[in-house]
Design a protein around this ligand. Structure first.
Ligand SMILES: [Zn+2]
Length: 311
């Protein structure tokens, strides 16, 4: 017996109402980081009654579900293993979309689409379970919390997700929805890296506070921070090959409390995206080099020092 793509598609279509409903319920109740108990509960409900071996995370609310294929030709230890991963966490964003299933949690929203990923993986769980007897190997479903900078995948790997089926997966698939880059209904992939590495750049500029009327007797960290932001963009375009893309965006620039007071410190937080390990290493070196950790260069100030943390 072989899997028929036609019936698979029909069966998927027949599940679409349930999947959309689960997605809406997840969207209404977004949770952040590694602790997603309500989300975990909904995933467990979706898997309930299906023939999965389920393991819950201990340091995070992950769900690992293993389906044993019923058509193994290879010896048990050699049957293929495929892992499918869906991330489940939301973002600390206030929803203002006005959709009928809007977030009911203040300051949290499924703005990255992980509610869709969770619902899609639950849909795959249903389709695969119905075809269990036809599967020549095992499937591991990885419902992952903490994708938004919380190392949820790392936690799950340390807790054994890659050994959940008794041997390492031969292939692992992850998928991310996009709302604006592609028309609806298009699935895109390519050889090589498809999504970038994501690192954070955290910079604190330390000066010496003072009165805004007498900047000469203070050490103003604001002007240094402003110069750093500009120089970071210059660095990206002048020092990196445009055919090996690098993106650096400053999302936080914070200093001071009153317009006539020069603050003690200024804070910069940026996200850094790279596609190759070489660019990532080079970026780490370039940022350390220009931050004052070795020798101040970007801001070339005698008046202030910077401390940089790349993560
Ligand atoms: Zn995402």
């Amino acid at each position: 017996m072989t899997l028929s793509p036609d019936t698979l598609l029909e069966d998927a279509r027949s599940l679409s109402g349930d999947i959309a409903d689960l997605r809406h319920r997840l969207h209404r109740e977004p949770e952040l980081g590694l602790d997603l108990p309500r989300t975990q509960e909904k995933v467990l409900q979706a898997l309930d009654g299906r023939p999965y071996e389920i393991t819950l995370g201990t340091d995070t609310t992950s769900v690992t579900a293993v389906l044993r294929g019923g058509a193994r030709r290879a010896a048990a230890g050699d049957a293929p293993v495929v892992l499918l991963r869906g991330d489940m966490d939301a973002l600390p964003v206030q929803e203002a979309t006005g959709v009928p299933f809007s977030s009911e949690v203040d300051g949290a929203m499924h703005a990255c689409g992980h509610d869709l990923h969770t619902a899609m993986l639950a849909g795959a769980a249903a389709l695969l379970a119905e075809r269990r007897s036809e599967l020549p190997g095992d499937v591991v479903l990885m419902f992952q919390p903490g994708e938004e900078g919380h190392d949820g995948a790392g936690v799950m790997i340390r807790e054994g997700v890659l050994d959940a089926a008794g041997r390492k997966p031969d292939a692992a698939y992850g998928i991310h929805v996009v709302s604006s880059l592609l028309p609806t209904g298009i699935l895109a992939s390519r050889g090589g890296p498809l999504m970038s590495a994501s690192d954070g750049l955290l910079v604190t500029v330390r000066g010496a506070g003072g009165h805004g009327s007498s900047p000469h007797s203070a050490k103003d960290p604001v002007t240094v921070a402003a110069e750093i932001v500009t120089q970071l963009q210059v660095m990206v375009t002048r020092q990196f090959d445009m055919f090996d893309p690098v993106v650096l965006s400053v999302g936080v620039l914070r200093a001071g409390t009153q317009r006539n007071i020069i603050p003690e410190t200024a804070r910069i937080e940026a996200t850094v995206r790279t596609y190759s390990a070489a660019s990532r290493d080079r970026m780490t070196e370039a940022l350390r080099d220009s931050s004052g950790t070795s020798r101040p260069r970007t801001a070339s100030r005698r008046t202030s020092s910077t401390s940089t943390n790349i993560r």
